[in-house]
Design a protein around this ligand. Structure first.
Ligand SMILES: [Zn+2]
Length: 381
């Protein structure tokens, strides 16, 4: 994969190239950001660039044509090693590890250009209803690969996708390697859940943060995907995707469009909780029929949106208003109701409601209480 195939992330790519060209690339990096921001695609393009024998600074990319690049593009370079979460399947009934899933993983990456998420991968590889794990068999593979000399390239490169899925035993094995780096070996880790990585590992890697993909790039992808869409529909879906290319899928757009409408409705009810009792009951009735996971997901969405409104109201610069799709009056006024006086209280109420769902509390009572408490907090702004 070449940098030219990465969607956005230009600043990060420029910095990476400059570090490599100055021979200052560290022995271990962690690309931190969502799958739909391109963490795997970037890791693979970076690995290819490091190994390219014909890179030119004027191109700011691997050449794509040298023997190394050709092998990298097929993900068959003998000095590239891929580690990713797996589990047992119908085909691999025990002792699952990455090397047993190589051909499937290559196909998966070719199908989505490096922009797939862990659930997609687990489904694709035939793991049903189980977690993906990087276990000690993978870590032992890494150790034995390290003791070999690089076959062809200057570097041996280990790309570990979703390192946060590494279990403790495997993490401890990797930690020993990171403490005493092997010459000419580069680790490129990726994660979207940095908080699940051992702090001792984190402290030994250089972190590279990647953020949402620029709106105009997402809009361009949508135009290709949906030539039938109007510009208004393109802008709406781009907004809802939040810079995550995986979120332009219809199922996600549908889900989050519904969340958005519910968020507006929930807040309207909270504003006039004293007079809208019957509407509150209708809302909680609808809410109670959704699955627990969706209920919690929706409340998390509310917290995130409120946080953005707060940031917006204190003047943080956003490309778009956090309530871009709401009608003008709501869009203009709502952020004013989130202030330093009630922000913490609002988060606490939302968090407590999520916990109540876990505790199997009565959903309708839980939601009714939440709406009233939010209304009271809005009054205290
Ligand atoms: Zn090349």
């Amino acid at each position: 994969m070449q940098f030219s195939q990465i969607k956005g992330q230009n600043n990060v790519i420029r910095k990476l190239i400059s570090t490599i060209d100055r021979n200052q690339f560290p022995h271990a990096v962690l690309i931190n950001g969502k799958d739909g921001y391109g963490n795997l695609a970037l890791a693979l393009a970076l690995a290819q660039y490091l190994s390219c024998t014909n890179k030119s600074q004027s191109n700011a990319d691997s050449c794509g044509e040298c023997p190394s690049c050709r092998k990298y593009q097929k993900l068959i370079h003998p000095d590239l090693h891929l580690i990713f979460p797996t589990n047992t399947t119908n085909k691999v009934k025990k002792d699952n590890k990455s090397s047993l899933f190589y051909s499937e993983f290559r196909e998966f990456v070719f199908n989505n250009g490096g922009y797939g998420d862990l659930n997609d991968w687990l489904t694709f590889s035939g793991v049903e209803g189980k977690q993906g794990i990087i276990n000690v068999a993978d870590a032992n593979d890494i150790v034995s690969l390290l003791t070999l000399k690089a076959y062809e390239a200057q570097y041996k490169i280990m790309v570990v996708w979703n390192i946060d899925k590494m279990n403790t035993q495997a993490s401890n094995t990797i930690l020993k390697i990171l403490e005493e780096p092997y010459p000419n070996t580069v680790f490129i880790f990726t994660t979207k859940n940095k908080e699940n990585i051992l702090p001792t590992i984190l402290s030994r890697v250089q972190q590279i943060n990647i953020g949402p993909i620029d709106n105009d790039i997402i809009e361009q992808e949508l135009r290709i995907l949906h030539p039938e869409y109007s510009e208004e529909e393109i802008k709406k879906d781009a907004f809802l995707s939040e810079g995550n290319i995986l979120n332009i899928r219809q199922a996600y757009i549908d889900k989050v469009s519904e969340y958005f409408q519910m968020f507006i409705e929930l807040n309207r009810l909270a504003f006039s909780y004293k007079t809208k009792v019957s509407e509150i009951l209708t809302f909680t009735e609808t809410f109670s029929k959704m699955s627990k996971d969706i209920q919690k997901d929706f409340l998390a969405y509310c917290s995130k949106t409120i946080e953005k409104c707060w940031q917006y109201s204190i003047g943080m610069q956003f490309l778009q208003h956090p309530l871009y799709l709401a009608e003008e009056k709501f869009k203009k006024n709502y952020p004013k109701f989130i202030t330093k006086n009630n922000l913490e209280g609002i988060f606490n109420v939302l968090e407590k409601s999520q916990k109540n769902i876990d505790r199997n509390a009565n959903v309708k009572i839980n939601m009714t209480n939440m709406i009233i408490k939010l209304g009271v907090l809005f009054e205290k702004r």
